[in-house]
Structures are given as structure tokens and as C-alpha cells.
Design a protein. Structure first.
Length: 202
């Protein structure tokens, strides 16, 4: 049985054509993501099409920016603080990290994907609040979030180019990454490399 580090869902932004929305829903289910997240409830006929296309992934309507147990920044310290708060309250809900993501086989590819996505402007750029960089750097970031206590990732992905490839790379971030990795210490050399690459102009 394939083990994975975190449950991963895909955020479906509003404003897409019905054909595009259904296509993304279909890829979400086919690639084995757990959930497809909607920002708002669509018309009933479209909702039915999305549910059918996304199966076996579940279609979820998000509860807004102030939902309990949701962290909207890639910051393990914020995740650990929210984990501690939920545990102190005895809450049984999963802790969700909902952020934008742009990854690539190279840093240049990650940058290009993010720059092409009009939703990733201002303070919504994955470099600032999300998961960003090469596949290896992104996997280290996901591991750090899991170590801090995250249960679920909900990812806002770049949709302007190579969507199927982007989703396949994201899926590979957690498939085969066993829970034992959470207990391994982070590798300082990878963290330093990540920091230096993010700060260097591309």
C-alpha cells in the first residue's frame, strides 16, 4: 500500500470556464488527490459535473479566510502554533495549510510558472507565502510543515501552462514519502541552498 506524508487537495479558483474547471477536477481525481476545494458553491449542474469528474476525490466548499485550523502561509512556526492551539482545545479537526505553489525541475521553471499565473501577484506569490522552488526544495518545505503538525495541504496551483505536469509533480511530493521522514532532522545544507536560491535573481 502506498504511504504518503500528508493529505493533499487542489484549490479550484473561481472564474474558470466550465470546461477548464471540469478538466482540472478530472485530473485531481485521476492523479489520486484527496480533495478538490471550491471557493464558492457553483450552480447545481456544474457542481454535479465537478463531483462526478473529481471522483474518488471529494469536492469541498471552503469556509472562508478565517476558518479554524487553517494556516495560509508556508511557515512551520505558524503551523506549530496552530497545532498547539488545536491540541489545547481538544479539537479533532485536521490542521490544514492552504497556500499557493509553484515548483519545477529547475528554479527557472518554478519562477516562470509563477510569473505566468495572474493570481500570483502581490502578496499571493508562492515565493512569499507558499511552496516554491525545485522539486527537492518543495519536498523539504512539505516535510517541515508535516513536522510542525500539518495534516492536510490545499494547494493553489499555476494553471497557465502544463497543468497536468504541474499536478503530477505536486502529487509526487507526498507519494512514497513515508511518515518516518517526519522524525528525521531537516538537512541544513538543503535549507541553506533553498534560501540562497530564493534570494538570487532568476
Amino acid at each position: 500500500m502506498t504511504r504518503q506524508l500528508l493529505s493533499v487537495g487542489i484549490a479550484l479558483p473561481s472564474g474558470l470556464t466550465e470546461a477548464t474547471a471540469v478538466s482540472i477536477a478530472s485530473m485531481t481525481g485521476r492523479l489520486g488527490f484527496a480533495t478538490l476545494h471550491l471557493a464558492e458553491i457553483p450552480p447545481s449542474d456544474l457542481l454535479e459535473r465537478l463531483v462526478d469528474a473529481a471522483a474518488p476525490a471529494l469536492v469541498v466548499v471552503d469556509q472562508g479566510t478565517e476558518a479554524i485550523g487553517v494556516v495560509r502561509v508556508n511557515d512551520p512556526r505558524a503551523v506549530a502554533a496552530e497545532r498547539a492551539r488545536l491540541d489545547a482545545e481538544g479539537a479533532i479537526r485536521p490542521l490544514q495549510v492552504a497556500v499557493p505553489i509553484s515548483i519545477g525541475r529547475t528554479m527557472s521553471e518554478a519562477v516562470a510558472r509563477a510569473d505566468l499565473e495572474p493570481r500570483f501577484t502581490g502578496d499571493r506569490h508562492p515565493r512569499d507565502i507558499g511552496i516554491f522552488g525545485t522539486f527537492e526544495q518543495a519536498q523539504e518545505q512539505v516535510l517541515a510543515l508535516a513536522r510542525a503538525g500539518a495534516d492536510d495541504l490545499v494547494l493553489d496551483v499555476p494553471l497557465e501552462r502544463d497543468v497536468a505536469d504541474v499536478l503530477a509533480q505536486i502529487r509526487a511530493l507526498v507519494v512514497g514519502a513515508t511518515p518516518e521522514l517526519v522524525h528525521e532532522p531537516p538537512r541544513p545544507d538543503r535549507s541553506e541552498e533553498h534560501t540562497s536560491e530564493l534570494q538570487s535573481p532568476c
